[in-house]
Design a protein around this ligand. Structure first.
Ligand SMILES: Nc1nc2c(ncn2[C@@H]2O[C@H](COP(=O)(O)OP(=O)(O)OP(=O)(O)O)[C@@H](O)[C@H]2O)c(=O)[nH]1
Ligand SMILES: [Zn+2]
Length: 397
């Protein structure tokens, strides 16, 4: 969906549709010699089904007053190999009327084989220093953000310059239930492919792109609320909540989020694990969705000796996709996980994971909320009783 810039006061994002930019039309980026690339630049992934309002959100952010210089990376699938990504830098403080500067990036699909090209292009820009202090990456409507997130998280090479701040998913209030139920928009071929990839038995409930975009989201904007009744909207909220019990949800029209800071930008979703988040997730939401659920496992504070066993439990479920101790189970797939694990010596461990990557850090300010440890899992088949059983067996061994 093209959004043409008409206001010449503010830089407006135009999605690339042409494969080749005329050199004359590509202004070069102006370097700010005063800015030093000393701090890490946050990167937010903006995902959501075709036409859900991703570009509308980016335009909203680019024109809002936030005092940030934001780089936007777009990637669009074309009909051919002419897949294009471009980068535009917005300076909300600039008063001069200039067309947005474009730096064309190499072609390729950022969520799969060519992802490193995207990363290299960002790094290249970071080398120029001070050009921007925030990165927004809009994926295509059919992207699985779980494939993309690991590229920007826990990458030592990138670690010095970029970090993944969070994943924001736009949901089309009018169509999302159809997408979840029928794979509406995914196309028959894609639906069939996903059955092969994610459901080895072929008879489980359908895993759609909408599921993947919701299960990985740290923030969900249910957009286009003007197109549904309050009752319909309530159903959408409940369904989404039942899939992802950790995500923050906001209903919007025209992707308008007046409070960007702390909700869309700078949310630190891959660093902080607050007790509130986990408590919310474990309130027990109805299992309205047959494919993806959120499951919370609570257990007593660990002794220092149990930490390694807990780690082995995580490695087994995430890396081997099986339950320890030959615990019988049906196939499962973890999309996202978070945890807060108090240790009897006074420490609190914070746990973050996406797909088969995870990270354990000690809380810097270990406030103990009782002695209950909580592990929240989002994914397919994560509600099986075997998870609890095998964990307690593991910890008791
Ligand atoms: N009725 C209605 N239309 C909206 C709303 N938000 C955005 N739109 C329109 O929906 C269309 C698609 O919005 P985009 O922001 O381009 O969506 P997108 O997710 O970037 O779409 P793709 O890049 O094509 O996947 C545009 O015509 C928007 O103006 C809304 O809240 N209500
Ligand atoms: Zn778009």
């Amino acid at each position: 969906m093209d959004i043409e810039g008409s206001d010449d006061e503010v830089p407006v994002l135009v999605e690339p549709k042409v494969a080749v930019q005329d050199d004359d039309e590509v202004p070069t980026l102006v370097q700010d010699p005063n800015a030093l690339p000393t701090t890490k630049v946050p990167l937010t992934i903006v995902t959501g089904y075709l036409g859900a309002g991703k570009t509308t959100l980016l335009n909203y952010i680019l024109t809002a007053q936030h005092g940030k210089k934001i780089a936007v990376i777009l990637n669009e699938f074309g009909d051919s190999i002419d897949i294009e990504k471009q980068l535009t830098v917005s300076d909300s403080n600039s008063t001069t009327a200039k067309p947005p500067p474009f730096v064309p990036l190499a072609n390729g699909c950022i969520c799969c084989s060519a992802k490193d090209v995207g990363v290299a292009a960002i790094e290249n820009l970071m080398d120029q220093g001070g050009l921007f202090d925030y990165i927004l990456l809009e994926t295509t409507g059919l992207a699985d953000p779980g494939n993309l997130a690991p590229t920007f998280w826990l990458d030592d090479g990138l670690g010095s310059t970029i970090f993944l701040d969070g994943i924001v998913t736009l949901v089309d209030a009018k169509n999302v239930l159809k997408s979840l139920d029928e794979g509406y928009g995914d196309g028959e071929e894609e639906v069939e492919k996903r059955r092969h990839e994610h459901d080895h038995d072929h008879d489980g409930p359908l895993l759609t792109t909408a599921h993947l975009q919701i299960s990985h989201a740290d923030v969900i904007l249910i957009n286009k609320t003007d197109l549904v009744t309050p009752e319909e909207l309530e159903k959408v909220v409940e369904r989404i909540r039942s899939i992802n019990g950790l995500t923050r949800i906001k209903t919007t029209t025209k992707s308008e989020v007046p409070q960007l800071e702390g909700f869309i930008l700078d949310i630190n979703a891959y660093a902080d694990v607050t007790a509130d988040d986990l408590t919310f997730a474990s309130k027990g939401h109805s299992h309205l969705d047959a494919t993806i659920t959120t499951s919370t496992i609570s257990f007593p504070a660990l002794t220092p000796e149990q930490v390694d066993k807990f780690d082995l439990f995580l490695r087994t479920i995430l890396w081997e996709e099986t339950l320890p101790n030959d615990t019988p189970h049906e196939s499962f797939e973890v999309h996202r996980l978070k945890g807060r694990i108090p240790i009897t010596d006074g420490r609190v461990l914070l746990l973050q994971g996406v797909r088969n990557l995870y990270d354990i850090n000690e809380a810097k300010d270990p406030v103990r909320e009782g002695d209950e440890a909580k592990l929240v899992l989002i994914g397919r088949g994560v509600g099986q009783e075997g998870f609890r059983k095998s964990l307690s067996q593991m910890l008791a061994s």
